[in-house]
Design a protein around this ligand. Structure first.
Ligand code: FAD
Ligand code: NAI
Length: 508
């Protein structure tokens, strides 16, 4: 009898789940009618469609403002799964969500311009924008005035001015970076098997070097070694003896933001996977075929060595974007800030009243992560929704105060007085929004061979774990964080596809 009930319960929950997913898909495909933007309302311009800006847009009540979004990218990118796109474990479109889709579901319409903000004029309250896409119309640049501005343009890749990096290395920040890496891996493998290739040249072509032992470098190195172990050496056995991944890091260890136990676990796992980690090795120069790196020799003396490579992936963190640097130069209060726009506890850019910053371009004493950016975006949405409510209540209060003065008799005056008291109570409640407080949920990273590391924050403290179980946790956590049901289904399908058929080794 118990099993009969269990079966029924499972059956019913499966049907419930299907109805839920089905309704989600139906709702996504059938957006309701939208109210037009109201130009008499304050113009709120949001720059960027990354973690910070999109999380703000998701929760923002767009009826309160005349909202304009500007970004050179007309989609949101789920960056935590980007390293998996470099080897084809996940197809890049599975982690992209068109901004048009979710903007179309907002109550009041939002204007979207696919363009890059080239300059923010703080005094004039204007953003200058440029169409940087391939197809250009007669108008390619213009200006957008704002009453309120949110800067969520993220960061660019740090190169520290090291010669040759921009010319020869590949980065891993955007979709086209992942595509370029995928293509280069296959190109190196195919070129290495070209007829009469010299053995030294084969070695060089199959040497995959990753610079930067932060989470981006570690996750990419892990994914690449998986690709080799599970697919490449099966389909191109000729490369087996020479394919090699090296991770170069200037500091004494990789993953500095993780606990010591997980750093050791990662280094041990890499050793088992035959990934070489070169710590205390600082890259100083990059040419088209080798990097020059400085490290301490056996006698402790610094030595410069040449490391040949076929693929070079550069993952050494973030640098400030030019448009942000330019804005900082216009605001005296920003003169001591180096890593981005210094903001106060309400994310207002210091030295301004009507500009806010979120994510990697803001300096608020938190690490530049998606977790921080999305919490900041959600905070700003709450703040802006409250500000709009406050303004509406204050203007109603003003009307009532005037009405009280002109009330014909005591009864009418008392009635207005009661309404004023109620509005004042509401106003006090609405104004109660506290400053932004970041709640750290933990750090997660994939390290290859179906293992992950996690530093998770519990109520009572921190909990560090690594291994295959953590890998399943990593997968379910990222799946639940995907932007939409569509993304979730596509990612699951990609994982199943890679497991069943292996990754695709064709070079596009
Ligand atoms: P972004 O998400 O970078 O978005 C910036 C937006 O601004 C983009 O839409 C861009 O097109 C737009 N833009 C750029 N220039 C302009 C301009 N001039 N005008 C207008 N718009 C502009 N963090 C985690 O917490 N967990 C992870 O697992 C994780 N994994 C990562 C993996 C990789 C490979 C990378 C690169 C990063 C990862 N991060 C992770 C970090 C995380 O992606 C960033 O911290 C996060 O994207 C920052 O959000 P953001 O909104 O500030 O910027
Ligand atoms: P990072 O800043 O975390 O790490 C860069 C590393 O490169 C540093 O360890 C630095 O010492 C090293 N480096 C710098 N110059 C070098 C040189 N010339 N030679 C050798 N090594 C050099 O950068 P990363 O990994 O790109 O991450 C950027 C941000 O995104 C971080 O805040 C990170 O936490 C976040 N992120 C989080 C992920 C996760 O939680 N799973 C995944 C990817 C990124």
């Amino acid at each position: 009898k118990f099993f009969k009930w269990l079966w029924r319960a499972t059956y019913l929950s499966a049907i419930g789940g299907l109805i839920y997913v089905g309704y989600g898909i139906f709702e996504m495909r059938h957006p309701p009618d939208q109210v037009d933007p109201d130009p008499s309302k304050k113009t709120l311009v949001i720059l960027g469609t990354g973690w910070g800006s999109v999380s703000l847009l998701k929760k923002l009540d767009t009826e309160n403002y005349n909202v304009v979004v500007i970004s050179p990218r007309n989609y949101f990118l789920f960056t935590p799964l980007l390293p998996s796109c470099t080897t084809g474990t996940i197809e890049h479109r599975s982690i992209m969500e068109p901004v048009r889709n979710f903007l179309r579901h907002k109550k009041a319409a939002v204007k979207f311009y696919e363009a890059e903000a080239t300059k923010i004029d703080y005094e004039k309250k204007v953003v200058y924008i440029n169409d940087e896409s391939e197809i250009k119309g007669d108008v390619t640049s213009t200006e957008v005035p704002f009453d309120m501005l949110v800067v969520g343009v993220g960061a660019e890749n740090a190169t520290f001015g090291i010669p040759g990096v921009r010319e020869h290395a590949l980065f891993l920040k955007e979709v086209n970076d992942a595509q370029a890496i995928r293509k280069r891996i296959m190109d190196c493998c195919e070129t290495a098997t070209f007829k009469n290739q010299d053995p030294e040249e084969i070695k060089r072509l199959l040497h995959m070097v990753v610079v930067g032992g932060g989470p981006t470098g570690v996750e990419f190195a892990g994914e690449l070694q998986d690709f080799f172990n599970n697919d490449l050496k099966k389909w191109i056995p000729d490369i087996t003896d020479n394919f090699h991944v090296t991770l170069v890091e200037a500091l004494p260890n990789v993953l500095p933001m993780f606990s010591k136990q997980l750093i050791d676990y990662t280094e041990k796992t890499f050793k088992e996977e035959t990934i070489t980690i070169r710590t205390k090795t600082m890259v100083k120069n990059v040419t088209d075929k080798y990097i020059e790196a400085e490290s301490a020799g056996p006698d402790g003396k610094k030595q410069l060595e040449k490391i040949p490579y076929g693929l070079l992936v550069w993952a050494t963190g973030n640098a400030v974007r030019p448009v942000v640097k330019d804005l900082m130069s216009q605001i005296p209060a920003q003169k001591d800030s180096r890593r981005g726009l210094a903001v106060n506890e309400y994310l207002v850019v210091k030295g301004t009243e009507n500009i806010w910053a979120v994510g990697d371009c803001a300096v608020a004493n938190y690490a530049p992560t998606a977790q921080v950016a999305s919490q900041e975006g959600a905070f700003l949405a709450r703040l802006f929704n409250q500000m709009a409510k406050t303004e509406a209540l204050e203007s109603r209060l003003k009307e009532l105060s005037e009405a009280q003065e002109t009330a014909p008799n005591k009864q009418a005056r008392d009635e207005v007085f009661t309404n004023i008291k109620e509005l004042q109570r509401q106003l006090r409640r609405v104004k109660q929004i506290g400053p932004f407080e970041y709640s750290h949920q933990g750090s997660l990273a994939y390290i290859g061979s179906e293992k992950a590391v996690a530093d998770i924050s519990w109520l009572t403290g921190n909990f560090a774990t690594g291994g295959t179980l953590t890998y399943f946790f990593w997968r379910s956590a990222y799946l639940s964080m995907c932007f939409s049901t569509r993304n979730r289904i596509l990612v699951i399908m990609d994982w199943v596809k890679a497991k069943l058929f292996g990754r695709d080794v064709s070079r596009e």
